[in-house]
Ligand binder design. Structure first.
Ligand SMILES: Cc1cc2nc3c(=O)[nH]c(=O)nc-3n(C[C@H](O)[C@H](O)[C@H](O)COP(=O)(O)OP(=O)(O)OC[C@H]3O[C@@H](n4cnc5c(N)ncnc54)[C@H](O)[C@@H]3O)c2cc1C
Ligand SMILES: NC(=O)c1ccc[n+]([C@@H]2O[C@H](COP(=O)([O-])OP(=O)(O)OC[C@H]3O[C@@H](n4cnc5c(N)ncnc54)[C@H](O)[C@@H]3O)[C@@H](O)[C@H]2O)c1
Length: 442
């Protein structure tokens, strides 16, 4: 039998951050992982996706300067950029494990399951701990329809050795939009099939429509209000079938959401309750067993499931276990981003919340397309909606531009630190940049 102060299950951003924190606090810690050390984000999520996106960004920049210095717009060579991505991702699992070894954190690879409220079994050995942290994340869901085996998920897409000529994505959330843009930049014929006509439903409808139009202008085909009933193997590849609708493609990617990874852990033996939305927690990220915590994507909570949120959870829980805080977790504003062409991002109060409460909020819409920062790169569309409260403080923002990933972080700073226009205007920012424009937006 082995005993630790803390046992962490899941070696992704949440679990790794928690394990390092526990170790730094001078406590004994073990971490278990049953797949790739490093987890979703660096192996099959954010990082490989954004490496592939660098090719999309390069192509977009050239396309926007066509006739102004460039005449040809090259397609992205998939095999080459995939290999470039692989040069990064292939080192992640060994690098993550190496980091744990160097830090003296005991790490175990394989299947682990609870046998009681404070015991685990791993390869016939029992492990006990004072506290457990569940950080097992999520994995892609696959539609439960006939022929579901004929689809791949984002996991396989990100490591395709060849991009097919014609590819279909089912779903219209973050993953479908981002991967569709990547496939499109390689010259593939790309289709996006959605069961209703409101993609990216958490974002401002006007900006989503603008984004859809931009993607259409790049050749991506949208098929709305199609309820996929079956996927059949066909001569041409795979056939997506709905009531009176058929679409043939070489490859179909199911991007209809992700589900919490709780199977096989025997959580009932630990007295930990969960649902299809994730593990149930209280304000201290404590599960229905007070000595078992849950952090990151596996948690059932309203905050978006993102890497920085997973890290924030880890820091909170280890502080709570260390008795550095007794307060419930309080999240700062969380920016969320769709890495498409262009990018769309939002933070704070949404435009729909602001529209529903006109006595509390004022929305200022700006078309930034002709602003120097966006004109310089000849962006076809750049827009912002900034939400102010009664005191004229920025409390929310939605932006649509290639530069949205940088702009939204500045706006998050303005919101969280309650920076007033008068204060920001006194700063000197590098010019001409997104930051030097900001005083005219806030
Ligand atoms: C395609 C894609 C793109 C994304 N892009 C972004 C982005 O741009 N920005 C962003 O912030 N977020 C992005 N995300 C989300 C981000 O990857 C997650 O929010 C983040 O990885 C969550 O960290 P986590 O540690 O909670 O879970 P994970 O990273 O999923 O790690 C959980 C780990 O637990 C392991 N595990 C599961 N079950 C067990 C078990 N029974 N025993 C042992 N180990 C187990 C898993 O193998 C995994 O390694 C993206 C996700 C995807 C899929
Ligand atoms: N840029 C980022 O930060 C980023 C990128 C990728 C993923 N992620 C994370 O991963 C999570 C999962 O991403 P996702 O895109 O898989 O999920 P999602 O929840 O964003 O989107 C799923 C989409 O599939 C649709 N859908 C559901 N059932 C369907 C059906 N039967 N037919 C057609 N469409 C259907 C939903 O309406 C929705 O539009 C995100 O919520 C986010 O937390 C973040």
């Amino acid at each position: 039998m082995k005993n630790y102060d803390v046992i962490v299950i899941g070696g992704g951003p949440a679990g790794l951050a928690a394990a390092y924190n526990v170790k730094s606090a001078g406590k004994s810690v073990a971490i278990f992982e049953n797949d790739l050390w490093g987890g979703t984000c660096p192996n099959r999520g954010c990082d490989p996706k954004k490496m592939l996106l660098s090719g999309v960004e390069a192509r977009d920049r050239i396309a926007q300067l066509k006739g102004n210095g460039f005449s040809d717009v090259p397609f992205m060579n998939w095999s080459e950029i995939e290999a470039f991505k692989e040069s990064y991702t292939s080192k992640i699992p060994a690098g993550s494990k190496g980091g744990l070894d160097s830090a003296g954190i005991d790490n175990y690879h394989g299947k682990v399951e609870f046998t009681s409220k404070n015991e685990l079994k791993f390869e016939d050995e029992i492990f006990t701990a004072d506290k457990f942290i569940l950080a097992t994340g999520q994995h892609p869901s696959i539609l439960n329809i006939p022929g579901s085996d004929n689809m791949i998920t984002s996991n396989e897409f990100l490591s395709l050795k060849q991009m097919p000529k014609k590819i279909t994505f089912i779903g219209a959330g973050y993953i479908a939009f981002e991967l569709a843009n990547i496939a499109n930049a390689t010259g593939a014929e790309v289709h996006l099939v959605h069961h209703n006509d409101r993609p990216l439903k958490a974002f401002d409808g006007e900006f989503v429509n603008d984004m859809v139009e931009q993607m259409k202008s790049r050749g991506i085909k949208f098929h709305f209000n199609i309820d996929t009933k079956e996927i059949k193997k066909s001569e041409a590849g795979f056939e997506l079938i709905s009531d009176s609708y058929k679409l043939n493609s070489d490859l179909i990617v199911c991007a209809t959401g992700r589900i919490p990874s709780v199977e096989g852990l025997n959580l009932s033996a630990a007295g930990v309750e969960y649902s299809r939305k994730g593990i149930k927690v209280n304000g201290h990220l404590q599960t229905t067993n007070q000595n078992v915590f849950a952090i990151g994507d596996v948690v059932d909570r309203p905050q978006p499931k993102l890497t920085p949120v997973a890290g924030f959870d880890a820091n909170y829980v280890t502080d709570y276990i260390d008795k550095k805080t007794t307060d419930p977790i309080q999240y700062p504003s969380i920016p969320t981003l769709v890495y498409g062409s262009p990018k769309m991002a939002r933070v704070g109060i949404t435009t729909s919340e602001a529209e529903a409460n006109p006595d509390q909020y004022r929305i200022v819409s700006s078309n930034l397309t002709s602003w120097y920062t966006y004109y310089r790169i000849h962006e076809p569309i750049a827009k912002a909606k900034i939400i102010f409260d009664k005191t004229n403080q920025v409390v929310g923002a939605t932006v649509l531009t290639e530069q949205a990933d940088e702009l939204i972080n500045l706006l998050t700073l303005v919101i969280d630190k309650k920076i007033a226009n008068a204060e920001y205007s006194k700063l000197i920012m590098g010019y001409p940049t997104v930051a030097s424009d900001l005083e005219y937006l806030i």
